[in-house]
Design a protein around this ligand. Structure first.
Ligand code: PLP
Length: 383
């Protein structure tokens, strides 16, 4: 089966991880801060806080922004469930903003209307979480402007988008947000096995998130209430969790990061080749936005005849092509339906979902494999 996404692990990566295994520290050593500094420099953020997953990063980011009981978090329905679940971890409530049918990211027009209504009703969200689906950055200029106008905080879920660039700014620079979260799961652009990082320009948010990922503990005398103790001393000053990244993971990430440009370039080569191979088929190819360079984490096509999606999916799987569907709208999962959502609530996300098919894209995908994917899809759609 040709997978839709796959990690690329080199000899250099293995040597880097092995060096940690032979060192004094497996976790909380020197490599995690090196990895944080390298990612921060790369995306022009002041700070990066590494954790054991993007899900953990979303949780500590929401907590550091003060999200709590009685608050609302808004995200898009077209995402992985983690973008919404982080609100519930904090005791807050979730609502959704429908996507734009062309870019497939949070629709600024829907957002503006929903904010206007919420303001009148006195229930503005505390946090919104736009998601850079497939690696294409959301329209952060407009979303950020709306957030500033209504006093709403913004976390970019950039799990798909490390390496993407928008209007000259790397995703992660937080030009229009408080925090940007990356995922380093093996199907994503670069991997640490499991892992994520929360980027920010705000030092105090970064310090808070760093404490929250490790039990809410500090060793910084400036943050303690009692400073009369010895150098063994630390204080717990808030309630946190154990969300730490290991040094093995960070070493893998640091080594992978050196190939980020190559990975994005290779994903663009594959995407452009797909556009050429799929020419003339009854489907919509990914949208390009002027001034925006996608990370192409996913290559999603939308079939013109949604009724044939299932048949096309099965035909491709039978031909050894590991197609997938990203994503089942979050509000349609039983857990969210039990919380009051229903089919029809977010029609753009639902109609996108009905027609979407993710084709394999990863740096090691060969031309022959890609030809096989395209030929199998052509056969499924025009026979
Ligand atoms: C993968 C993903 C996450 C979660 O990432 P983990 O590192 O697995 O926790 C969150 N949001 C989106 C959009 C994702 O694709």
């Amino acid at each position: 089966m040709i997978p839709y996404g796959r990690q690329d692990v080199t000899e250099e990566d293995i040597v880097a991880v092995e060096a940690v295994l032979r060192s004094d520290f497996l976790t909380q050593g020197p490599v995690v801060p090196n990895f944080e500094a390298a990612v921060a420099a790369r995306v022009r953020a002041a700070r990066g806080i590494a954790a054991n997953s993007a899900t953990s990063c979303l949780h500590i980011a929401c907590t550091a922004l003060g999200l709590g009981a009685g608050d609302w978090l808004w995200t898009v329905p077209t995402t992985f469930v983690a973008s919404a679940n982080c609100a519930l971890y904090c005791g807050a409530r979730v609502d959704f903003v429908d996507i734009d049918p062309v870019t497939l990211t949070m629709c600024p027009v829907h957002l503006a209307k929903k904010l206007e209504v919420a303001e009148r009703a006195g229930c503005l969200p505390k946090v919104i979480v736009p998601v850079h689906l497939c690696g294409l950055p959301s329209d952060m200029r407009r979303i950020g402007a709306l957030a500033r106008r209504y006093g709403v905080r913004v976390i970019e879920d950039a799990s798909h988008a490390v390496g993407a660039v928008s209007q000259g700014q790397p995703v992660g620079a937080c030009s229009h947000s408080d925090v940007t979260v990356f995922s380093f799961h093996p199907v994503k652009i670069v991997t640490t096995g499991e892992g994520g990082m929360a980027m920010t320009q705000n030092e105090s948010l970064a310090d808070q998130m760093a404490m929250l990922r490790s039990h809410g503990i500090t060793r910084d005398p400036g943050r303690m209430s009692d400073q009369t103790n010895g150098s063994w001393y630390y204080e717990q000053v808030m309630l946190g969790w154990n969300y730490r990244m290991t040094d093995m993971s960070a070493a893998l990430g640091l080594s992978q990061l050196e190939r980020l440009d190559d990975y994005i370039a290779q994903r663009h080569v594959i995407a452009e080749r797909y556009e050429w191979l799929l020419d003339g088929l009854p489907l919509r190819r990914p949208h390009r936005v002027a001034g925006v360079r996608s990370a192409f984490h996913l290559f999603v096509v939308q079939l013109e005849d949604a009724a044939r999606r299932r048949e096309a999916f099965d035909a491709l799987r039978n031909a050894g092509v590991g197609v997938n569907v990203h994503y089942i709208p979050v509000h349609l999962h039983p857990f969210y339906r039990e919380r009051g959502f229903a089919p029809g609530d977010f029609p753009v996300a639902e109609s996108y979902y009905a027609s979407a098919l993710s084709l394999p894209i990863h740096p090691r995908l060969t031309e022959a494999e890609q030809d096989h994917v395209a030929a199998s899809l052509r056969h499924a759609l025009v026979s």
